[in-house]
Ligand binder design. Structure first.
Ligand code: RB5
Length: 148
């Protein structure tokens, strides 16, 4: 199950991605926002981040205007590794190397076609499990612990 959220800047892209997920039969929960009326992106970042870290959701998708604000906010939640991407190489690498658990996309940055391509890649790429990458993720977690 995938957790999904957005602010107004990412609303249209989210709607297009959800339509695509429906067509593919991918299960998700949409945590809002549910219109293009202006809202504050940290509210939706928190909902999806907590769904992924302690709500049993496998992965998350977040959308704002740039993907940046909502990724900064999501990364404040312990256990989140949110990646803001706009190209397929970065999306693949962030799953393989960083075991990123939330993908953040900018509705004002990527086209609907590109956004769907990036979402499909994110959801279908596993973590490599390589020792060196796990070691680095563990160091990131230690940094999080030290600065809490
Ligand atoms: C909202 O206008 C915009 O600032 C937001 O969607 C996002 O791009 C922030 O990083």
């Amino acid at each position: 199950m995938i957790a999904v959220g957005c602010d107004h800047g990412g609303y249209e892209l989210k709607v297009a991605v959800l339509k695509h997920l429906d067509e593919k039969g991918v299960q998700y929960k949409d945590f809002g926002t549910y219109s293009s009326e202006s809202v504050d992106y940290p509210v939706y970042a928190e909902k999806v981040a907590e769904a992924v870290t302690c709500g049993g959701y496998e992965l998350g998708l977040l959308f704002c205007g740039t993907g940046i604000g909502i990724s900064i906010a999501a990364n404040k939640v312990k256990g989140v590794r949110a990646a803001c991407c706009s190209d397929s190489f970065s999306v693949e690498m962030t799953r393989l190397h960083n075991n990123s658990n939330i993908l953040c996309l900018g509705g004002r940055v990527v086209s609907v076609e590109k956004g769907i391509e990036l979402v499909d890649l994110f959801l279908s790429t596993p973590f490599s499990g390589d020792e060196r990458h796990q070691r680095r993720i563990d160091l990131v977690t230690a940094l999080e612990e030290k600065n809490k």
